[in-house]
Design a protein around this ligand. Structure first.
Ligand SMILES: O=P(O)(O)O[C@H]1O[C@H](CO)[C@@H](O)[C@H]1O
Ligand SMILES: Nc1nc2[nH]cnc2c(=O)[nH]1
Length: 242
């Protein structure tokens, strides 16, 4: 690797985040390239990228082309940010997300959420492929997250570590209502209306760092702790802006 690139990588590792101006630069770049001004963002996890193909009049940006944007390295995560209309409503979709196990620090994993905030998004729907822990769940069930257990947080890994910028939220955000009650009710009601009531669940998501999946002993432990499903870091995306 060239010396300059190496130096840049080291510098990135030393950081705990971008400056507000750096986030703003990315947000302004996107706003200058599209006329869409979405208030809703959807993060599409493994196997769920197909939703972006339903967007009308899409305007797509490869993550590589967006200033400061991290790169997707996981199979099935396309690495595109797509603006367009979903059912007539302007939305922005992330086709592919970032994970800690790819080597990204958490402030980079959550980078797009701060960009969404700066472009005017106020509702974020986060999706992900997770492992079921609740014995009553079946393969293919859809669980709405009502609360989470942040295991990496117990070990000092949190996207909010570092100097706090109040423009993104308080130093100590309360998480007793991290997942909007009305939105959860709405998703359940729509699921039922569409005839999917039999696969709809509401539960607690526990996040681990990955990439190795859980042992049987770990699944028993996580389930006893109160978790219904397990995956690799979704909730940290939620808390990066409060
Ligand atoms: O939907 P995504 O974000 O890819 O998440 C799930 O899928 C990947 C592999 O199973 C893991 O990252 C897991 O958390
Ligand atoms: N951590 C984790 N992620 C998953 N994604 C899909 N299945 C699983 C699983 O069993 N565990």
């Amino acid at each position: 690797m060239a010396t300059r690139a190496k130096e840049q990588e080291k510098e990135e590792c030393r950081r705990t985040g971008y400056t507000y101006e750096e986030y703003k630069r990315t947000a302004d770049w996107l706003l200058s390239k599209t006329k869409y001004r979405p208030s809703v963002a959807v993060v599409l996890g493994s196997g769920l990228g197909g939703l972006a193909d339903l967007m009308e009049n899409p305007v797509a940006f490869k993550y590589n082309d967006i200033p400061n944007f991290p790169q997707s390295t996981v199979e099935g995560h396309d690495g595109q940010l797509i603006f367009g209309n979903l059912n007539g409503k302007p939305c922005v979709c992330m086709k592919g997300r970032f994970h800690m196990y790819e080597g990204h620090p958490l402030w980079k994993v959550t980078f797009p959420i701060r960009i969404f905030f700066l472009i005017g998004v106020r509702t974020v729907l986060v999706t992900n492929a997770a492992g079921g822990l609740n014995n009553e769940y079946k393969v293919g069930d859809l669980m709405i997250i009502k609360d989470h257990i942040n295991m990496p947080g117990f070990a000092g890994q949190n996207p909010l570590i570092g100097k706090n910028d109040e423009r993104f939220g308080p130093r100590f955000p309360a998480l007793s209502d991290a997942y909007d009650k009305d939105l959860r009710k709405l998703v359940l009601a729509i699921g039922q209306e569409l005839g999917h009531g039999n696969i709809m669940r509401e539960g607690v998501y526990v996040s681990l760092g990955g990439p190795s999946y859980e042992t049987i002993a770990e699944c028993i432990f996580l389930s006893k702790m109160g978790a219904d499903a397990v995956g690799f870091l979704v909730q940290c995306e939620i808390v990066s802006v409060m």
